[in-house]
Design a protein around this ligand. Structure first.
Ligand code: COA
Length: 657
């Protein structure tokens, strides 16, 4: 199996040519019966469906086999719907039969504490050289080969969005929900306990699947942060990935933790992981499918300039607000383009962006304006807004938009918002099914275009690679080891400086003087003014014990300061071990920043950068990235903070007194 790609390993499960249902029940109310009926009703070839049940000869008109081993044909996928206790038994039969993949619907494993029993299933599958989906899943809905091997009420509509769900019930519910909204899916797969196949394997499958354009995921948590990040980095380069990650609230994290029995990574870590890998986090199911639809249907924009065409000022204003929120950049309409657009509006129309054709706009006006901006190289994407008026029929307008988009030789993303009643809904359907995603509100249309921009911008910047630093790791390790051996959890100031310089970070030299004379000699070498600071593994807050003297301008001041510090320590911290006094150059005061590290239980070390100083806790001006960072990650992390603006010389408005 190892020589096969993930795509080849999972194909028999998600794109099977023959399916056995082990536990196909004679009773219509049982899940085993429903799975069989679903397979037949979804249109999978009947002669390639094999019910398995030792107590029955025939179910739903199909010949029944006592064991999977008795099936005369090859079996690509075996769906198991027998009670947990007999799952290992029938799984061993699958190994003997040489089935190519297995999905276990049965519950009663890790989720109820039967971890060993679940591990046994994986071991049997390994012996058989096949992959296992589940256990504890709703099943598989594959609209490509019309496989409804699930107890969902029906197959979803066919489409190009793959949906992977960690919640079976949500999966079932979304079949109806997406159908009502005419959203098509290539697959709906529930991952259940993820004993073998997990969300990463499935994302890798869909990345290579020719029927899937966008991958969507409902996720409560992942168990292997490094694998998750590595997978996303690979997959997002091929296809957009949208993730609805539940568990923002602390209470939810606790619920997930007790639900999955595994450690939950912090929500912040997930947020950072998705940002860093180019996966797009969505807030709700609505955005998940709104944005997925846009990403599945639209070409990527070649540049930033977006143009709004509307027949209502209010809709235009709402869309403009949304553009700012979702980072869609509205262009200033150049005079020559404005001149051309004037032809499609009355004199009181507006050629500024939003281009307002006014309430008098007909479908011809919309079509003319749209063709004009599609022809213009300076416009890269278009948002069309329509408020239902008596002047224009929404259906006719939809047709006009579709023909303008289809006839345009240059492919640009166009999104629409049809604001109105039933006719607008119908027009929206026509638009979306013809490759022009249409939404009920301007904000939804803009947000969806924003997701397309987000993905396009990510693709443009990927490939930063990891940073290769000249590092004296041995030296840094020596210092840290020594501190650990002494039972210390913090480094002294000079040790920390040495570690920093081992990593190529410029820090002032921090030589240690053992006597007042030595301190003065070092100060002469370094150059005045200098700072003296006590070096002790036992003193963390040096100012409080009189361990620091700043702004020393000559040898005399240095000698006095040395003696004063020693006396202060004797008086204020008599127990402290004193290794000497650091002499260092007084650096002109700059802006304080902080770099930190936090270890997430799932994602490991996370690096923090932000504003430092005494107000660090109040401002919370910090950004995180998961290690290892690419150069791009580091740059973005710094740019995300407010202190970045200060560091790069921001001059805000001056206060007058
Ligand atoms: N091979 C094939 N079929 C077998 C069998 C074997 N070795 N041994 C028994 N069967 C048959 C049974 O005879 C029965 O058919 P029948 O009704 O015609 O007699 C059928 O398999 C099902 O077995 P049964 O014991 O009736 O189980 P069940 O239908 O009550 O429950 C599950 C089985 C898998 C549905 C149940 O254990 C379960 O796990 N339910 C939860 C599923 C779920 O919610 N999944 C997660 C969603 S998120």
């Amino acid at each position: 199996m190892s020589s096969k790609t993930i795509y080849e390993q999972i194909s028999p499960i998600l794109r099977p040519n023959s399916v056995a249902v082990i536990g196909a029940s004679r009773s219509p109310e049982k899940i085993g019966h429903q799975v069989l009926r679903n397979l037949i009703e979804a249109g999978f070839p009947k002669d390639k469906i094999y019910p398995v049940n030792p107590k029955a000869d025939q179910i739903l008109g199909l010949k029944c086999y006592p064991s999977v081993k008795d099936i005369p044909d090859e079996v690509d996928l075996a769906v198991i719907v027998v009670p947990a206790k007999i799952v290992p038994l029938v799984l061993r039969d699958c190994v003997e039969k040489g089935v190519k993949g297995v999905a276990v619907i049965s519950s009663g494993f890790k989720e109820v504490g039967r971890v060993k029993e679940e591990q046994e299933l994986v071991e049997i599958a390994r012996k058989g050289g096949f992959r296992l989906l589940g256990p504890n899943i709703v099943g598989i809905c594959d609209t490509v080969k019309k496989v409804n091997a699930s107890f969902c009420q029906a197959l979803p509509l066919a489409g190009e969005i793959a949906f992977i769900t960690q919640s079976g019930a949500l999966g079932i519910a979304l079949v109806g929900w997406t159908t009502l909204r005419r959203i098509g899916l290539s697959d709906l797969v529930s991952i259940g306990n993820k004993a073998d196949i997990d969300e990463c394997d499935l994302m890798l499958f869909f990345a290579d699947d020719p029927y899937t354009k966008v991958i969507t995921l409902y996720l409560e948590g992942t168990s292997n942060g490094a694998k998750f990040i590595d997978t996303l980095r690979k997959v997002v380069r091929k296809k957009p990935v949208l993730i609805l990650k539940a568990g923002r609230a602390e209470r939810t994290t606790k619920a997930i933790q007790s639900h999955t029995g595994s450690l939950a990574g912090s929500d912040l870590a997930y947020d950072v992981a998705l940002k860093q890998t180019g996966a797009i986090r969505v807030p709700t199911v609505v955005e998940l499918f709104d944005w997925a639809t846009a990403l599945a249907k639209l070409p990527l924009p070649k540049g930033d300039n977006a143009s709004i065409i509307t027949n209502g000022g209010g809709a235009g204003v709402m869309a403009t607000d949304a553009c700012e929120k979702y980072d869609v950049k509205l262009m200033d309409v150049p005079p020559d383009l404005a001149e051309k657009l004037r032809r499609f509006m009355p004199p009181f129309g507006s050629v500024l962006n939003p281009v307002d054709l006014t309430g008098m706009a007909t479908e011809e006006d919309y079509k003319g304006a749209l063709e004009t901006v599609l022809r213009d190289d300076r416009v890269h994407s278009v948002i069309i807004l329509y408020c239902h008026t008596a002047v224009t029929s929404p259906i006719k307008l939809a047709e006009a938009i579709i023909s303008a988009v289809k006839e345009s030789p240059v492919k640009k993303p166009v999104v629409v918002s049809m604001i109105g009643g039933e006719e607008c809904d119908q027009a929206s359907d026509i638009l979306t099914s013809n490759g022009v995603p249409s939404y009920p509100t301007p904000e939804q249309a803009v947000a969806s275009l924003g997701a397309v921009y987000k993905y396009a911008r990510y693709l443009k910047k990927v490939g930063g690679g990891e940073v290769k630093l000249e590092v004296d790791r041995k030296r840094a390790e020596e210092i840290i080891r020594r501190a650990v051996a002494e039972g210390r959890s913090i480094l002294t100031s000079s040790e920390a400086a040495e570690v920093a310089s081992a990593y190529g970070i410029p820090v002032p030299r921090k030589p240690i003087a053992k006597s007042a004379e030595e301190a003065a000699k070092l100060a002469e070498e370094i150059g005045y003014p200098v700072v003296l600071e006590v070096e002790s593994p036992d003193i963390l807050h040096k100012t409080e014990v009189g361990g620091i003297k700043v702004g020393l301008k000559n040898a005399e001041e240095v000698k006095n300061a040395f003696n004063e510090i020693m006396n202060n320590i004797k008086r204020n911290a008599p127990e402290a071990r004193v290794w000497g006094v650091i002499v260092r150059k007084l650096i002109k005061q700059g802006k304080e920043t902080i770099i930190g590290m936090h270890r997430d239980p799932i994602f490991g070390p996370m690096i923090m950068f932000g504003s430092g100083g005494i107000y660090v806790e109040i401002y919370k001006d910090v950004a995180f990235r998961i290690a290892p960072l690419t150069l791009e990650d580091a740059k973005e992390m710094v740019e995300e903070t407010k202190v970045y603006k200060i560091l790069s010389g921001f001059r805000g408005p001056r206060l007058r007194h």
